[in-house]
Design a protein around this ligand. Structure first.
Ligand SMILES: Cc1cc2nc3c(=O)[nH]c(=O)nc-3n(C[C@H](O)[C@H](O)[C@H](O)COP(=O)(O)OP(=O)(O)OC[C@H]3O[C@@H](n4cnc5c(N)ncnc54)[C@H](O)[C@@H]3O)c2cc1C
Length: 402
């Protein structure tokens, strides 16, 4: 029997976050953060107090022990409130990459960063993309060489979310590199890198076009000593841990995008019910209604896919009823569809508004700029999702590139 309802607890959870965000992060504040290029500390502390930061970690490790459906609700509500996507990014990188770090780290890492990140007193993110490219994870240049009691790491990571916040709050990144290049992607090893480690130089803050309230930067690693207690998982498993993290992040990315798209639709509907042209409200024109109907239908379809996928992710971790690759296929479908659906919703609702939609008096342009980051490629470009979907649908033997 299929049951599409949320539990009472999940409904109450959604209501509580929506209420808190409506009070503490109205769209005027989102605009202010976008213009000031920062997320106020009070907002981050508020998320920590609500139990949203690193909520997917077990309670005994400082998290809220939230399942993926519940984390997806949080991501959707954060996207609904902050259509610029800055706060959702802060939330989701920690809920996903913090989750993977927690699964494979030592207590030392847990104590030094994860428990603090869950209180909003540190930042944990992902640092895998390199100047040579982000999609081809196995083509990375970062190297790990054995030292006394740890690894000596050299390499560079770029387009990394949250570097400024990480410098300010403290914390670090999930990073991967080659510990044995001769083994291909089976020669990659993951580790936790505190951003203030000796030999790490934070390189720059990119002047992005959107999600301005959270930074995107980079860092160089020159002979950085990574103690064995900072290694994540077994030597040679870094590629697989990276894929596990991407899967977690992509569900939450997708949920934030549909939350933002829902808000765009609501803002758009409010407008067309007010604005008149040729003697009647825009909402009365079938040309506008058909546009709305298409967007509403796409939205519902993608939203259902995302919650089904979050449920599958829970089944995978709790019962093992789906394999990781079975779930990856659905996750990639979400990440393929949701950001583009959201960008399309912002673009189309902006068109309803005529010249007003092209100004910064209208909030929608922030959303267009924000969700586009996830179309461009943050947490994996669209074509990479297509590669995963094709591979898991057609068969690996037809899609192998190496
Ligand atoms: C705002 C923002 C924040 C980010 N934050 C982070 C972060 O926190 N941590 C992090 O590690 N990275 C981060 N990234 C980087 C992101 O993960 C990469 O942009 C993404 O992986 C794509 O890599 P790339 O930009 O180097 O593009 P490339 O890998 O060079 O790809 C360029 C284009 O080629 C296409 N392409 C690549 N390979 C194939 C193929 N085999 N077949 C067909 N088409 C292909 C891609 O779809 C894409 O359209 C962020 C990016 C952005 C925009």
């Amino acid at each position: 029997m299929i049951d599409f309802s949320f539990t009472e607890e999940q409904e109450l959870f959604r209501e509580a976050i929506r209420e808190w965000l409506a009070k503490n992060l109205p769209l005027e504040k989102v605009r202010e953060n976008d213009e000031k290029h920062e997320l106020p500390k009070s907002l981050l502390k508020g998320l920590g107090d609500l139990g949203l930061l690193c909520m997917t970690l077990p309670e005994e490790h400082g998290g809220a022990g939230a399942d993926w459906v519940t984390a997806t609700i949080a991501a959707e509500e954060l996207g609904y409130a902050d259509i610029s996507i800055a706060l959702p990014v802060f939330f989701l990188v920690q809920a996903s990459w913090g989750f993977v770090v927690d699964r494979y780290c030592t207590d030392a890492v847990r104590d030094s960063v994860l428990r603090k990140a869950a209180r909003g007193e540190a930042f944990i993110g992902i640092g895998v993309t390199e100047p040579g490219g982000g999609s081809d994870v196995a083509g990375f240049e970062t190297t790990l060489k054995r030292g006394d009691g740890g690894w000596i790491v050299n390499g560079e990571k770029t387009y990394i979310s949250g570097t400024a916040e990480c410098q300010e709050l403290g914390g670090g990144y999930f990073v991967t590199g080659y510990s044995d290049r001769s083994k291909g992607h089976r020669g990659m090893t993951a580790f936790y890198l505190p951003l203030d480690s000796p030999g790490v130089e934070v390189t720059k803050r990119f002047d992005n076009m959107g999600r301005m309230a959270i930074s995107t930067g980079g860092f160089k690693m020159t002979d950085v000593f990574v103690p064995d207690e900072h290694q994540l998982g077994e030597t040679g498993r870094g590629f697989y841990l990276t894929m596990e993290g991407f899967d977690a992040a992509r569900i939450l990315v997708s949920a934030s995008c549909i939350g933002a798209a829902q808000r765009a639709l609501e803002i758009g509907m409010e407008y067309i019910k007010e604005r008149r042209a040729f003697g009647q409200h825009l909402a009365k024109y079938q040309g506008i209604q058909f546009d709305l109907a298409e967007m509403a239908a796409h939205h519902e379809a993608v939203k259902n896919l995302i919650y089904k996928t979050a449920w599958m992710q829970d089944q995978k971790y709790q019962k093992g009823t789906f394999t990781p690759l079975e779930v990856s296929k659905y996750i990639s479908m979400c990440k393929l569809l949701a950001p583009h659906m959201a960008m399309d919703t912002f673009r189309r609702t902006m068109l309803w508004m005529g010249a007003y939609g092209y100004t910064k008096e209208c909030p929608l342009e922030m959303g267009l700029r924000g969700v586009m980051s996830y179309c461009i490629g943050a947490e994996g470009a669209a074509n990479i999702q297509k590669i995963v979907i094709a591979r898991e649908t057609l068969g690996r033997e037809w899609t192998r590139t190496r």
